[in-house]
Ligand binder design. Structure first.
Ligand SMILES: [Zn+2]
Ligand SMILES: [Zn+2]
Length: 381
């Protein structure tokens, strides 16, 4: 069949809407009609090249060239067709995309750590997860899809492992957001920072991920939630969704957190800036209390290696630094739970959608994100 998708042809370019030839689903795959897709910062990192391996690395690991590529890894859609052997999904089911496949069988999946599913490694290789051949073709050539999803499209073929069934009455925009940004932020607070009632939590960077770390900390019962962001809209939204205090920078937050905790400092600090750099870690650890946890959720440029840390302080004050992907959660467990929290009114998601755009206006959506005008922008096909 023919469909349309937003394709990126190279670094620092605009997304182009292209006509795609799409094959039907093979074994273990499903054809999805995408209804909504979140304009997540991670796709912007493709445009800026921050998360792309350099050409020598691609050659070394036998990876395909980075461009052209169909973007989008946050999505919600309807199943139009199922391939042979698909057992968990039927035609007409509504799904959330999962940018980490969850196979349900590997050591990490069965021990409740699906964010580390072994299938995740195949997300960077050629073609589909199943047999490494392409279902999406552009001008006669196979074209890769981001995170084996490619949700910036009207239709797509994805592996069953990347699709999480959701209730059909939920708004598609909300389902799309939960599939990445909401789960990642919420999980960073719940699973990686392990926030407990009465604690003090600092969230650094209140974009699409950080705002949900704020909500996660609030749901977990934190006493003080300090949201750090220089942008007024983000501070205001954070205060509406659970933050108790705001600060414009980590240095401004330091005195505030000290006052709030009688000098003890924060039980956890969650780093969710738009891009992670080594020089953010030392001030974040200074905000962290003795025995506290600093969670690094944000993506760093692939070549970022340098960190200056007070290692004496790290050891003697028994602090922890923890990484986080998908907030340390498991898509098949967390996506339905988050949607239930939304249904109960405990998790605010409608409030996160600042604006929706048709597929053709994707570049406007990213322009609004860069300018700090959006908490979240969402494509509605
Ligand atoms: Zn994302
Ligand atoms: Zn797995």
């Amino acid at each position: 069949m023919k469909t349309r998708a937003a394709v990126l042809w190279g670094l620092h370019q605009e997304w182009q809407i292209e006509e795609i030839d799409l094959d039907g689903p093979k074994a273990g795959e499903v054809l999805v009609k995408w209804e909504a897709a979140g304009l997540c910062h991670s796709d912007e990192h493709l445009v800026t090249g921050d998360v792309l391996p350099d050409p020598s690395m691609l050659e070394q690991f036998g990876l395909p060239p980075s461009f052209p590529i169909i973007g989008g890894h946050e999505g919600a859609g309807t199943i139009l067709e199922v391939g042979e052997g698909v057992r968990g999904l039927r035609v007409g089911d509504h799904i959330a995309a999962s940018f980490i496949p969850a196979c349900g069988r590997c050591r990490f999946c069965v021990s409740g750590r699906s964010s580390l599913c072994d299938m995740g490694a195949r997300v960077y290789g050629h073609g589909q997860i199943s047999d490494r051949t392409d279902r999406h073709h552009l001008n006669g050539e196979g074209v890769p899809i981001v995170a084996k999803l490619g949700t910036f499209a009207e239709h797509g073929v994805i592996n069953e492992a990347s699709a999480i069934k959701v209730d059909p009455d939920l708004p598609m925009e909300v389902v799309a957001l939960v599939s990445c940004g909401v789960a990642t932020g919420y999980g960073s607070a719940i699973y990686r920072a392990e926030v407990k009632p009465g604690e003090t939590v600092v969230v650094v960077g209140v974009g699409g991920i950080g705002i949900n770390a704020v909500q996660g900390a609030h749901i977990a019962g934190a006493r003080n939630i300090v949201a750090v962001d220089p942008i007024e809209l983000k501070q205001k939204t954070a205060l509406e969704l659970g933050a108790t205090h705001v600060a414009s920078s980590m240095s401004e937050a330091t005195q505030l957190v000290s006052d709030l905790t009688r000098g003890v400092m924060a039980d956890s600090v969650i780093l969710t800036p738009s891009l992670m750099y080594g020089d953010l870690l030392a001030p974040a650890l200074s905000l962290t209390a003795k025995g506290g946890t600093c969670v690094v959720t944000a993506v760093a440029p692939l070549n970022q290696r340098d960190v200056v840390l007070d290692l004496f302080e790290l050891a003697m004050w028994q602090k922890e630094i923890r990484g986080a992907i998908f907030g340390g959660g498991s898509p098949r467990n967390d996506i339905p739970i988050l949607l239930d929290l939304y249904r109960n009114g405990q998790l605010k998601l409608d409030e996160l959608v600042t604006r929706t755009y048709p597929l053709e206006e994707i570049n406007q959506g990213y322009e609004d994100m860069r300018a700090g005008r959006n908490i979240r922008g969402v494509l509605v096909m």
